[in-house]
Write a protein that binds this ligand. Structure first.
Ligand code: GTP
Ligand code: MG
Length: 245
């Protein structure tokens, strides 16, 4: 790894990996806790699953080169915001904003930038909610505020993005026009699907809420009937034996 220069040997790179891995683990744990708490309070999991990765040294160097920067640890840490990346996949678009909100509310997480490609999709059709945040990593002799790129998207958006990514790679970013257009059309289908699924889910939730209310009303009615029955028997007894002998 001599491309990091003479002063930064493998040990420094290893430290970088260690710090970013710790940052990823922290965010992942936070997300798991929030998901469990949400399940406890609302009987529902907003997060389907989480994927995380550390960018390979090769792609970090490629990115630095693309920005005309030398390959040094300093440049990596300062200019590459997605060395540590985490992808949070959820069922519904509304979950995305719920999760983003929960992340913003975490006291030790600092949000540096937000890109809302759901409200403003890319021309490719790409939809996702991106946040660059920092999380403190506590080492024995220092605390390092470490950058993590968080991408939040639905299962359907993720399906589209992974296919589009493969096609992008296959054609080295120069896919034929008709394929690009088909992908944009598919992105619209994905948005429609997400919207329909959300509507359906809302309807199901509303129905189960109504059923719950009906069940409670039925239980209250049965309770009242039992009380009335006891009362009626008491009165019958009193009528048969007014002296209570
Ligand atoms: P990068 O240099 O690619 O990291 O982009 P950026 O720093 O301008 O940030 P941006 O938020 O645009 O993109 C960050 C990441 O989002 C990318 O590395 C991809 O993982 C993903 N992404 C962005 N645009 C697209 C797209 O059109 N298609 C797919 N499949 N993924 C995308
Ligand atoms: Mg990237």
């Amino acid at each position: 790894m001599e491309w990091f220069g003479d002063n930064d040997g493998v040990e420094t790179w290893q430290e970088v990996v260690l710090v970013y891995t710790a940052a990823l683990r922290q965010i992942e744990t936070k997300m798991e806790i929030l998901n469990e708490e949400f399940q406890h309070v609302h009987q529902y999991n907003p997060i389907e699953h989480i994927k995380s990765r550390i960018k390979t040294p090769e792609s970090i160097v490629k990115k630095l080169k693309r920005h005309g920067l030398e390959s040094s640890i300093e440049n990596m840490v300062n200019h590459v915001n997605d060395i540590a990346g985490i992808r949070i996949i959820c069922s519904f678009t509304s979950d995305i904003y719920r999760i983003a909100d929960m992340i913003e509310k975490q006291k030790d997480i600092q949000v540096l930038t937000v890109k809302d490609y759901i409200m403003f999709p890319k021309t490719s059709g790409y939809k996702s909610y991106h946040m660059i945040v920092t999380v403190p990593v506590y080492l024995s002799d220092k605390t390092v505020d470490t950058k993590v790129e968080i991408q939040i998207r639905t299962v359907a958006m993720d399906f589209w993005a992974s296919l589009e990514h493969k096609i992008h790679y296959k054609f080295e970013g120069d896919a034929p026009e008709h394929i690009r257009q088909e992908l944009v059309d598919c992105a619209h289908l994905v948005s429609d699907l997400d919207e329909k699924m959300l509507q359906l889910n809302d309807e199901i939730l509303e129905l189960s809420h109504i059923q719950e209310l009906e069940r409670e009303a039925q239980e209250a009615k049965e309770r009242q009937e039992r009380i009335d029955e006891i009362e009626r028997r008491k009165q019958e007894q009193q009528a048969a034996d007014p002296a209570g002998a």
